[in-house]
Design a protein around this ligand. Structure first.
Ligand code: KG4
Ligand code: ZN
Length: 358
């Protein structure tokens, strides 16, 4: 079947068209089109996403992005079998932009609508590659600008939350620390770029030894599967204040130390989740999984501790609609659809900013 998916939960306006086949245990997906219009330029001056600007941009971009997606797939609306749309979690004004647009399409094209959870999208994002068959149960670590969650995947449709952040999300911590280092928004890619720079003057001598920064590893030994990243950001602020003038080498070594602190905590808690649940597969989803150092550290842990690791391609790590089409396919198989004559009924479909993954 052919699924058209719409994602507007944050600052990307995304439309994908995906051909989906097979059942829950053996799904096959093929991307027919994958369009993402980023609003980074709009939000960058504010240092973060402004919900009403996000909504305005989604409303402006959706018709254009839809046409690009249909064009790329070389399809007419008749070929589409269902429309999946993100209903949460996310920024409610932004979610509503996608939902109302999807409702209009469902009525105009007479196609069923599939309400889809953004977190399930991130959790299924590695399944695009056929070789990424995930043995269940699995643990999913979802790390993005809005979320830091450890989830037990009993099946794709039966989830149990194991833990999560008590304050800032990991991506948010990257973004805030980037600002402290004078880097633009979004800070995650900037920090990973900075951290990968060589340290040393032209003669190759280390001018700013790594050892000068000692950031905390918050909650690394706590007995639960929760996280806290706001103290880490504060620790970075104090470290910079105490240090004074920051050379380029100081910034590089601080970016590395921050990145290592975050990754160590994520790895420790994830290993604990694998041990506690007995799961032998790990899925990582969300924008922060684009971080090369994090991918490297988890890959080496997987080969040492023997669990199978499932990562999305970089294209599917940050927000996109292909992952919504894949999650939408699972919801469709489970019969969670709204027929076109029902989509405008009051309460048929609502945006839920805090929608959990269950
Ligand atoms: O999944 P996503 O696109 O949006 C949300 O659902 O939040 O994630 C965006 C987050 C941002 O905070 C961004 O800074 C972070 O992912 N991010 C990264 C990297 N690329 C994106 N964080 C660390 N390293 C990266 N390379
Ligand atoms: Zn996301």
């Amino acid at each position: 079947m052919i699924i058209l998916a719409i994602e507007t939960s944050c600052d990307e306006t995304a439309v994908s068209i995906v051909e989906a086949n097979g059942d829950l245990n053996n799904p096959q997906f093929q991307i027919l089109s994958h369009q993402v219009a980023s609003q980074i330029k709009e939000h960058a001056p504010f240092g973060g996403v402004v919900p009403n600007i996000a909504k305005r941009e989604h409303l402006k971009n959706l018709p254009l992005v839809l046409n690009q997606a249909l064009g790329e797939a070389d399809l007419t609306p008749e070929s589409v079998d269902a429309i999946a749309v993100t209903v949460g979690p996310g920024l409610e004004p932004a979610l509503w932009a996608g939902i109302t647009f999807a409702q209009e399409l469902a009525v105009k094209w007479q196609k069923p609508l599939v309400p889809t959870n953004h977190l399930e999208g991130h959790a299924v994002s590695p399944l695009l590659k056929a070789e990424n068959k995930v043995e269940l149960p699995a643990v999913a670590l979802i790390i993005s600008g809005g979320h830091t969650e450890l989830v037990l995947v009993k099946s794709f449709g039966d989830y149990e939350r194991l833990g999560g952040t008590r304050d800032d999300a990991v991506g948010e911590a990257f973004d805030k620390v980037a600002r402290l280092l004078g880097l633009p928004y979004p800070g995650g890619p900037e920090i990973s770029k900075l951290a990968s720079q060589p340290i040393g003057d032209t003669s190759g001598t280390e001018v700013s030894p790594m050892g000068q920064w000692h950031l905390p590893r918050p909650m690394i030994d706590s007995p639960n599967l929760d996280f806290s990243f706001s103290g880490l950001k504060t620790a970075v602020r104090y470290a910079i204040q105490k240090h004074g003038e920051m050379s380029e080498a100081d910034k590089i070594s601080l970016a590395r130390e921050f990145q290592d602190a975050v990754i160590e905590v994520l790895l420790a808690k994830t290993l604990k989740a694998l041990t506690q649940t007995g799961a032998q597969s790990l899925i990582i989803g969300g924008g922060v999984v684009a971080n090369p150092r994090l991918r490297e550290v988890f890959a080496s842990a997987a080969s040492q501790v023997h669990f199978s690791l499932h990562l999305p391609s970089l294209q599917l790590a940050t927000d996109n609609a292909t992952m919504i089409a894949m999650a939408g396919y699972f919801r469709y198989l489970a019969g969670e659809i709204i027929q076109p004559n029902q989509v405008l009924a009051p309460d048929a479909i609502i945006a839920r900013g805090n929608l959990p993954l269950k």
